[in-house]
Design a protein around this ligand. Structure first.
Ligand SMILES: [Zn+2]
Ligand SMILES: [Zn+2]
Length: 393
């Protein structure tokens, strides 16, 4: 039974770390240990490490860290691409090595030996496609295409020139400091892909996320079916109920079955837990990006809208305080409002709600189907085909 407790603790700790890392900055977690863990993971741990190296090795150590940081985070490099391939290859090898011997099983057919390889192959293909596709680089010779595809909304985008590329900056584009180029409909620079995610490769990126979510679910379910088949083939339930006299109910049988599985198939159980956790986090990431795609917003724009909301809020506060000043000067009523409920204040400060209000101003949001179509068939490509048609016509 001890192994079960270790596994339970392991699962709970992993969940806590994952939730803290992904959601720790949400207003609802303000002042809670989850926010502190988030701060430690995203900032504190690295800061302590830097100070430790500085303390032990002096300036030489901190300089070495800075140059490694510059190479790893500020310049294009394939480190995370190699790690991705190692994780996928390693996981597939472990699954094949530990579990293919049980295929075909009672609940799983021989075909899964081949479909699993095919599924991993498609995943790697989508990865390579996202890595090596053009995200929509804006250059002097194609800038007019992007300028006509994306009009300025004069809220978060107004006419500007890229100070590095010295060309007009189309709306929704951004200069990626890592790749040193302007990218149309810039979403973010993805370290795993060693590429920007922009107008022309968002569809591959989304397909990559969806496929890998499904791939991990497939792996989890397939291993689950193998183990279920083993329980059936070894007649574990019959042995437990008939020979050991255990009551034939899920509640009384499951601890014994789990114990048997942990003893005989611990590699498969660990792989299942790993794949389930990865599929959950990938599903969350895919859901976040799908929501952005459906509202025709980019990750970069969510930050811009946030800045806009903050600016608007400051403006409103300034207006309110100047109005209050005027009112008090002219000796008008200075009735005090009751203090706001703390919990209500926490929810009121939710940045997401503010963004949702402002995103109604998003002129690029043209409705569900049009937004999806824009991801599949980028606007600049349509502009290009329109121009070639009008030239030939
Ligand atoms: Zn630029
Ligand atoms: Zn980039």
């Amino acid at each position: 039974m001890e192994v079960q407790w270790i596994l339970l603790c392991h699962g709970l700790v992993t969940l806590l770390v994952l939730v803290s890392f992904l959601c720790g900055q949400w207003p609802i977690f303000e002042g809670t240990p989850i926010q502190r863990i988030n701060h430690f993971l995203t900032f504190g741990a690295y800061d302590y490490f830097q100070r430790f190296v500085g303390f032990v090795f002096g300036a030489k150590g901190t300089n070495a860290i800075s140059s490694v940081e510059y190479f790893c985070c500020d310049r294009p490099n394939p480190i995370l691409q190699i790690i991705y391939l190692a994780i996928v290859g390693g996981t597939y090898f472990l699954v094949a090595n530990s579990s293919f011997g049980y295929i075909p099983g009672y609940y799983i057919g021989e075909i899964h030996r081949y479909t699993s390889l095919l599924a991993v192959g498609v995943g790697v293909l989508l990865f390579l496609l996202t890595c090596f596709s053009d995200p929509g680089t804006v250059k002097a010779d194609n800038v007019s295409l992007y300028l006509s595809a994306y009009p300025y909304d004069n809220i978060i985008y107004s006419e500007k020139e890229c100070s590095t590329c010295k060309i007009p900056k189309p709306a929704r584009s951004k200069h990626c400091s890592i790749c040193d180029r302007c990218v149309a409909r810039f979403d973010h620079h993805c370290g795993w892909m060693n590429n920007c995610i922009g107008e022309r490769n968002t569809q591959y990126f989304m397909a990559f996320l969806l496929w890998h979510t499904l791939l991990c679910i497939y792996g989890t379910v397939a291993i689950g079916l193998i183990l279920a088949g083993q329980i059936k083939e070894f007649k574990v339930i019959d042995i437990l109920t008939v020979y050991y006299g255990i009551e034939n109910s899920f509640r009384s049988l499951s601890p014994h079955v789990v114990q048997w599985l942990l003893g005989a198939y611990n590699t498969q159980i660990l792989l299942m837990v790993f794949l389930a956790i990865v599929s959950l986090s990938l599903a969350g990431f895919f859901g976040y990006h799908a929501k952005l795609c459906l509202t025709n917003t980019t990750t970069n724009e969510t930050f811009k809208w946030q800045e806009y909301v903050n600016w608007q809020r400051k403006l409103n506060e300034a207006r309110a305080s100047s109005a209050a000043l005027k009112a008090s000067i002219s000796g008008m009523s200075s009735e005090r409002k009751p203090p706001e409920n703390k919990w209500r204040a926490i929810f009121r400060r939710s940045p997401l709600k503010d963004v949702e209000v402002v995103v109604t101003n998003n002129i690029y949001d043209k409705g569900f189907f049009q937004n999806i179509l824009e991801i599949i068939m980028p606007l600049s490509r349509r502009q290009l085909s329109l121009r070639t048609k009008s030239k030939s016509g």
